[in-house]
Structures are given as C-alpha cells and as structure tokens.
Design a protein around this ligand. Structure first.
Ligand code: FAD
Length: 322
C-alpha cells in the first residue's frame, strides 16, 4: 500500500490543464497501490491555487517560501523527495512538461527510485508503456524499486474530473533551501494572449513552406479567429521565422488538440511525433504526395497564399452570420 504524490503545476489560482492528466494517472495509480492521491503544489502562488487542486485530489500539500520564488530543479527536488518519504508515497508523478522532465529524474536520484519517463499508460502497478523512436514503437518498462518516479504524457490521459467534494489542504515547510550554487537569472518567455500551445484546443502550425516570418501573420490571423495557439515545424523555428517555443514535434512540444492545422508542413516523422494524436488534422500543402496527407483527416492540395485568405474570409462570413 502506498500513496501517489502528484506534482501539479499551476497558473495563477488554477491548475494548468496539463496537471489534470497527471491527476488522472495518479488516480489510476492510487487504485493499483491501494493508497490515495496527494496533489503537491510548490512555489510562489501555490497557496492561491490550492483550492482548485482540492477539487481534484482528496489531499493537497502546499509549499511556499521566499526561496522558491523561481523554479529551480536544485531547490525543488529535495522538497519533493522529502515529502514523498514523509507521506508514504510509492509513486511520485508529474506531467512530462519542461518542468516535469527537468525535475523528476533528480527526485528519482534522491529517492534511489526507478524512473519511467513520458509514459502513455500503466499496465500494472510497477509497469508502464512509453513511446520510443518518435512514437513508432512502444516500450514496456517494469520498475522494481520500492518508490517509482513517473512523468506522464499529457496527451495520453483524459483530464481528471472534479471529485465533487473538496480535499484537505495542508502546508509543509520548505526546510533549508540550498540551490547548490545555481541561481535564477531571468526567464525569457514569449508574452501572448493566445492559449498555451500545450493546453490549446485548436493549433495552427506553419512550416518551411511559409518562407518568411512575415508570412506567418496570415496564420496568426487564422489562429486568432479560432482562438487557437500557434505552432510550427522545426524547419520554421530553426530558420528563425517564429519563436523556438512554437516548435511541435519530437524535440518540441507534444500536442493533441481537437483541431490541428498543418500548413506548408511536409509531415516528417519527427513532426508527426508531436501532433499525430490530434483529434482532427487539417493539412494544406501544394504537393499532394507529402506524408502529412497520410495522417490528415482533411487534406487540401493548394498554395497557402490562396487557401488561407479564403479560409479566413469564409470564417469571418460565418461568424458575421451568427
Ligand atoms: C533528431 C531530429 C529531431 C527533430 N525534431 C523535430 C521536431 O520536433 N519538429 C519538427 O517539426 N521537425 C523536427 N525535425 C526536423 C524534421 O526532420 C523535418 O526536417 C522538419 O519537420 C521539416 O519541416 P517542414 O515540414 O516545415 O519543412 P519541409 O520538409 O521543407 O516542408 C515544407 C513543405 O511546404 C510545402 N510548401 C512549400 N510552399 C508551399 C506553398 N506555397 N503552399 C503550400 N505548401 C507549400 C512543401 O510542399 C513541403 O511539403 C527533427 C529532425 C531530427 C533529425
């Protein structure tokens, strides 16, 4: 018997939607381990987000301290490891976000625990399935250590739903904070009113065939009409057309929105690894033989210069008629 310590990221007073995938996994793991889910919120603003976390977990632990104002794996990992031991956790989990992927291996090292990264499912209490080779093969890993650390692929778990009654919120002390010589310098984050790429229900992505960063403006207009996030292929981000954090794919973000537009993207295997879980895929490409059409639900063989302005015009007409 053991509890599941689920590290939850938050944004202001609410959990990030990616945290709900981790909580869904944590519920399944709690059943398998005969324990309960403990949502762990660490860092500035954790207390403010605890009421939202309590909608999804029977127990919430909050750790806030001036020394944790900015995320550093060096300062967070010992806290997570200590709380795992203090709360009888046999599983420590996080979503496979940039933070989760950075933090959990360090927690695993501190706990002397086995680690399964980026899992797509759990087949037994100690056995996990994870995609490898750009999602072309599935590997099954069994972990024999008493505590297991896991990062959860957001797109593979349906978001946890609310429990119906609020969980208990407690606070825990951060203890002595030692950043081991690391210091927070600055965060260079893109400011945008659009939804976060990892959380968005609609994503509009452009590729090398857009040719210049200026040409992406027409895709941004389409995205704003649809309330979508912007994405891109690595060819487009590497060429400096758009910011690097728009990259979708094996070495970028993994997304699974309801609707994904791939515009002037060929559909290389490394791009597909990041978006083929999308519910509906629309491909617009001038070359009918490109692999993107093999995964597309709707394909349009056309030049984007003609197709996108027409699409924008039709959406505007439809909106105006409502
Ligand atoms: C280790 C590794 C990791 C990688 N990780 C990623 C990753 O995370 N994400 C990723 O995206 N890639 C990744 N790549 C790169 C990947 O292999 C491809 O090179 C890249 O995805 C190609 O991007 P693209 O489709 O935009 O460009 P291209 O393959 O050059 O395709 C451009 C497309 O635009 C179309 N086009 C051109 N003009 C027009 C027009 N006027 N109208 C309509 N269509 C037009 C063309 O027909 C073509 O299909 C990785 C590669 C490696 C080796």
């Amino acid at each position: 018997m053991g509890n599941i310590l689920a590290l939850c990221e938050f944004n202001g007073p609410t959990l990030r939607s990616s945290a709900l995938a981790n909580l869904a996994f944590a519920r399944a793991a709690a059943t398998a381990h005969g324990g309960e889910v403990i949502a762990l919120l660490v860092g500035a603003g954790a207390q403010a987000a605890s009421a939202d976390a309590a909608k999804y977990a029977p127990k919430v632990i909050v750790v806030e301290d001036a020394g944790l104002a900015h995320y550093l794996a060096e300062t967070y990992a010992p806290i997570v490891a200590r709380l795992a031991n203090e709360n009888g956790a046999t599983v420590v989990s996080a979503t496979a976000t940039a933070q989760g992927k950075d933090l959990l291996p360090r927690v695993a090292a501190l706990l002397d625990a086995g680690m399964a990264s980026d899992i797509a499912s759990m087949t037994a209490k100690d056995t996990f399935v994870r995609p490898i080779l750009s999602g072309n093969a599935l590997s099954t890993v069994q972990i024999s250590t008493p505590i297991v650390c896991v990062t959860v692929r957001q797109t593979e778990f349906e978001p946890a739903t609310e429990l119906g009654s609020a969980g208990a919120v407690t606070t825990a002390a951060a203890g002595a904070i030692d950043a081991l010589g690391a210091t927070f310098d600055r965060l260079d984050a893109q400011k945008s009113d659009r939804p976060d790429l990892g959380d968005a229900k609609v994503v509009v992505s452009g590729g090398r065939g857009m040719k210049t960063g200026e040409n992406f403006k027409v895709l941004e207009e389409l995205a704003d009409l649809l309330g979508a996030a912007m994405g891109a292929s690595r060819a487009a981000t590497d060429a400096g057309m758009v910011p690097a954090d728009w990259q979708v794919g094996q070495t970028g973000k993994i997304v699974a929105p309801n609707l994904y537009f791939a515009v002037a993207i060929s559909g290389a295997i490394q791009h597909l690894a990041g978006m083929k879980g999308s519910k509906t895929i629309v491909a617009i490409n001038k070359n009918k033989d490109e692999p993107i059409f093999q995964v597309a639900d709707y394909g349009l063989v056309a030049e984007w210069e003609k197709a996108i302005p027409e699409l924008i015009s039709e959406i505007k007409k439809l909106k105006a008629s409502r």
